[in-house]
Unconditional design. Structure first.
Length: 212
């Protein structure tokens, strides 16, 4: 995943390491979008959209990986060592200290976990213990996260190939967002297939509206 993320960052900007983009700011925004897909308004009926909530979690993971890579100057081997160490520590961590308070991830509901992730990210902190707790609430393990990550990585490449950075990309296809098409297409393909990425890209191209 670090290798794929590095490739995506380089496609967006070959000088992405020197640019030092605020990836944790992006986590703040994606976390807010995850809250929207969960539903939080007490004054109206809402239903949680789990597939889209999971997709927002994948977006968050993209930016966490990017920040870890950036902190290690784009060196994938060093980033991997840091990530493995952080994950091992997270699995032993039961309490997160923030703003003079102690938070126990397992005692928080999903909305409060997302709020804590946002707050930590706004403070430029990565705490994988809270991310892993959110994954569990979203019915995802690391294998599921990897499969969905690969799918979203393909969509991100597809977006860039079709003018995302230039502003010509159409994110809404026939009245639905591209993320929704991605979820459907991923359910139809086998992630263990060696040609999974190529097939996924081809299916997205088949649904993408013709330019006028």
């Amino acid at each position: 995943m670090l290798r794929l993320q590095s490739g995506m960052n380089e496609k967006v900007d070959p000088n992405w390491v020197a640019a030092k983009y605020p990836y944790l700011r992006a986590v703040v925004i994606e976390g807010s979008e995850a809250i929207e897909h969960h539903g939080w308004k007490w004054w109206k009926k809402q239903a949680m959209d789990l597939p889209q909530l999971q997709m927002e979690l994948i977006d968050i993971w993209h930016f966490i990986l990017s920040e870890i890579l950036l902190q290690n100057y784009g060196n994938e081997a060093k980033a991997l060592a840091v990530l493995q160490q952080s994950l091992a520590a997270a699995q032993q961590q039961s309490v997160i200290e923030f703003d003079s308070h102690q938070y126990i991830p397992r005692s928080l509901d999903l909305l409060n976990k997302l709020e804590l992730l946002i707050a930590l990210s706004a403070s430029r902190r990565i705490e994988l213990a809270i991310f892993e707790a959110i994954m569990a609430d979203c019915k995802m393990d690391w294998t599921a996260l990897y499969c969905q990550y690969v799918g979203k990585n393909v969509l991100n490449f597809f977006r860039q190939d079709h003018g995302y950075k230039q502003g010509s990309y159409q994110k809404v296809w026939h009245g639905r967002e591209d993320n929704e098409y991605l979820v459907e297409v991923m359910q139809q393909l086998d992630p263990a297939d060696p040609a999974y990425q190529d097939k996924l890209y081809a299916e997205l191209a088949r649904y993408y509206p013709a330019q006028t």
